[in-house]
Design a protein around this ligand. Structure first.
Ligand SMILES: [Zn+2]
Length: 374
C-alpha cells in the first residue's frame, strides 16, 4: 500500500512539474512571438488599417532555390508599385480621402528585404501540393515576425498602419492577399503575394498590385460568391451589370489590363468595403454585404442569400467554350451542305451529259458550238 502511494505521489509530482513548465516556459515563448503586436489584438482592421492617411508597405523579394531577383526585375516591381499607388491615391481623392502610401525602397533600403526560401516556390514547381503552399505562408509569416522590425519602421514614419508585399520571382496562376479576419483567430500581419509573371508568360500588371493591396484594406472580390463575406450570387451578377469597371471584378468583365496604367475604377461598392462610404443604397437590397466594422473582414451580419459556387471568370470561360462549340457546329453544317450541293451538282452534270450524248446532231457540229453563229 505504501509503495502504491509512493508511485502515485511521483506521478502527481511529474504532472505538476510538467504543467508548470508548459505554463511558464512554452506560454512565455508564445507571448514572446506575439510581442510587440499584442495591443493590436483589440483592433479590427489587421495591420493595414484604413486606406485613408498613411500606410507603409514593406517589400519582400522571395528568392527560392530556382530563381533569384535581379536588379532590373526589382525595378519592374517598383515601376508597377508607382502606378498602383498613384492610382490608389487618385481614387481616394475622388472620395475625399488623403491616401499616403510609403513604399519607395530605392530611397529607404529599410523598406526592402530579401527572403531566401530554401525550397521551390510552389508556383515554380508543377508537383506542388496544398502542404507546400501552407509551408510557404508559414515561412513568410515567420520571416515577418523575426526579420522585419515593423514597430521601428512604423515609428520612423510615424504611422500605425503597415502591410507586407511579397514578390515572387516566378510564375503563378494567382496573386493572393492574406487579410486579417477580426473574429477569426488569424494572424494580424496582412500580406499579399504577387508573382512577377502569370503562367501564360505575361508580366503581372499594376492593376493586380492595386487589386491585392485593396484586399488588405477590406476590399472583397466581386467576381465570385463568398459566403463568409456575404457576397451572394445575385450580388455578383448585380455588380457585374451595374459596375463592370470595378477593379475587384478582376478580368471577369470586359476590363483590359495595361502595363502603364490602370483603366478600372473603385466603384462605390468597393469604396463601401474600404470604409470610404458609410452607406450605399445597395445595403437595402443586399443586406448580406453589410459590414460590422469599416475596412474589416468579419463574418457576415445578415447571412441569408444564395452562395452556390458561381464565378464570373468561370462563366466567361464557359461562354467562350459554348461559343467555340457553336462555331464548330456551324462550320460542320456548312461543310456538310457544301458536300451535299457538290454531289447534287455532279449528279445533275452526269444526267445532262447522258442526255447530251443521246442527241443526234444533224449538222455534225460540236455540241459546244451548237448555239453559236458561223
Ligand atoms: Zn482578389
Amino acid at each position: 500500500m505504501y509503495r502504491f502511494r509512493k508511485i502515485f505521489s511521483y506521478i502527481v509530482t511529474f504532472f505538476l512539474i510538467a504543467n508548470i513548465y508548459i505554463n511558464v516556459f512554452i506560454d512565455a515563448k508564445a507571448s514572446e512571438l506575439v510581442y510587440p503586436y499584442e495591443e493590436w489584438d483589440i483592433e479590427t482592421t489587421g495591420s493595414a488599417k484604413y486606406l485613408d492617411g498613411s500606410t507603409v508597405f514593406v517589400c519582400i523579394f522571395l528568392n527560392d532555390i530556382s530563381a533569384t531577383w535581379t536588379v532590373s526585375e526589382k525595378k519592374r516591381v517598383m515601376d508597377n508599385m508607382d502606378i498602383a499607388c498613384d492610382y490608389l491615391t487618385f481614387q481616394g481623392n475622388i472620395y475625399g480621402k488623403k491616401v499616403n502610401l510609403i513604399y519607395d525602397f530605392t530611397k529607404d533600403s529599410g523598406l526592402c528585404y530579401d527572403f531566401n526560401y530554401r525550397r521551390t516556390f510552389p508556383g515554380n514547381c508543377s508537383a506542388s501540393s496544398d502542404d507546400d503552399v501552407y509551408e510557404l505562408y508559414e515561412a513568410i509569416r515567420a520571416f515577418i515576425y523575426e526579420d522585419i522590425p515593423s514597430i521601428e519602421i512604423m515609428d520612423r514614419y510615424d504611422v500605425d498602419s503597415i502591410a507586407y508585399l511579397v514578390f515572387i520571382d516566378g510564375e503563378s496562376d494567382n496573386a493572393a492577399a492574406y487579410s486579417y479576419y477580426c473574429n477569426y483567430s488569424s494572424y494580424y500581419e496582412e500580406f499579399a503575394l504577387i508573382p512577377l509573371r502569370w503562367t501564360s508568360g505575361y508580366e503581372v500588371n499594376p492593376d493586380t498590385y492595386a487589386h491585392e493591396i485593396l484586399h488588405l484594406f477590406g476590399a472583397r472580390d466581386l467576381y465570385t460568391t463568398q459566403e463568409r463575406n456575404g457576397i451572394t450570387k445575385d450580388f455578383v451578377k448585380y455588380v457585374a451589370r451595374e459596375y463592370p469597371q470595378d477593379i475587384m471584378l478582376g478580368y471577369a468583365t470586359d476590363g483590359v489590363s495595361w502595363e502603364d496604367h490602370i483603366s478600372s475604377d473603385i466603384s462605390k461598392i468597393t469604396a463601401y468595403f474600404l470604409g470610404w462610404n458609410g452607406y450605399i443604397y445597395e445595403l437595402e437590397e443586399y443586406p448580406s454585404i453589410e459590414v460590422e466594422y469599416r475596412a474589416s473582414f468579419t463574418y457576415k451580419i445578415n447571412p441569408s442569400g444564395n452562395y452556390i459556387d458561381y464565378t464570373l471568370k468561370g462563366r466567361k470561360t464557359d461562354e467562350k467554350t459554348y461559343m467555340a462549340n457553336i462555331l464548330e457546329i456551324v462550320c460542320c453544317i456548312g461543310i456538310l451542305i457544301y458536300f451535299v450541293l457538290s454531289i447534287i451538282k455532279n449528279v445533275k452534270n452526269i444526267t445532262h451529259k447522258s442526255i447530251d450524248e443521246n442527241i443526234v446532231y444533224t449538222d455534225e457540229k460540236n455540241p459546244d458550238d451548237y448555239h453559236g453563229f458561223n
